[in-house]
Design a protein around this ligand. Structure first.
Ligand code: ADP
Ligand code: 5GP
Length: 189
């Protein structure tokens, strides 16, 4: 069996976390790739659980050693990257590595892994519904919501570079569609 990866990307508020958490709970063969980042831990986050938290110097050192499959400055001053060592660790266990990363990182990984990757772009049915979901989630200020919506317009322009676009309109249907994609990919040799 080949070493496989499944990649999920979406504009913020599309329902990516909801769908990915469902798949992780249902299919133990999927395991998250824990990324490295230069941002500080938030709240209860622990090093080695949500992220590997690195100083910018250490991050740069690892970049120069070729330790990353991909990395991006996702927010000004905050770099995030997928470590080769993390992929090897999870593949050695027989897992399919699941990536939850930004759209540019997702496109890069699909280019690298080709047919060994399933790249899924999740989107809300419209920008208006995306805005409503962000408001409903209640985790962002009105300014942050508008920033996320503005970024979504750019992110949507990358959707054609993905294997599948999953429209999350009715959540039950989106979860069933995601399960069908996951099962087909798990069964793929
Ligand atoms: P993301 O991880 O893409 O930022 P979330 O999974 O946090 O998105 O979902 C954003 C909000 O939208 C959450 O409050 C979630 O409960 C809600 N949500 C998810 N899917 C749907 C759906 N199909 N219809 C309505 N609300 C949804
Ligand atoms: P947060 O700081 O809120 O945890 O995450 C921020 C953003 O960084 C999200 O859009 C997430 O998908 C993205 N991200 C997390 N890890 C990686 C990574 O390894 N590579 C890339 N390119 N993006 C990542």
């Amino acid at each position: 069996m080949s070493n496989k990866v499944i990649i999920f990307c979406a504009p913020s508020g599309s329902g990516k976390s909801t769908i990915v958490q469902h798949l992780i709970a249902k299919y133990p063969i999927f395991e998250f790739s824990i990324s490295a980042t230069t941002r500080a831990p938030r709240g209860q986050e622990q090093d080695g659980r949500e992220y590997y938290f690195l100083s910018p110097e250490r991050f740069r050192e690892l970049v120069s050693q070729g330790a990353f499959v991909e990395y991006e400055e996702v927010y000004p001053g905050c770099i995030y990257g997928s470590l080769r060592s993390e992929l090897e660790r999870l593949w050695a266990k027989g897992s399919i590595v699941l990536f939850d990363i930004d759209v540019c990182g997702g496109v890069n990984l699909k280019r690298i892994f080709g047919d060994d990757a399933l790249a899924v772009f999740i989107k809300a049915p419209s920008i208006a519904s995306l805005r409503e979901r962000l408001k409903g989630r209640g985790t962002d200020t009105p300014e942050a919501i508008e920033q996320r919506v503005a970024k979504a317009e750019t992110e949507l322009s990358y959707q054609d570079k993905f294997d599948v676009v999953l429209v999350n309109d009715n959540l039950e249907k989106a979860l069933a569609d995601a399960e069908a994609l996951a099962e087909e990919f798990i069964a793929r040799p």
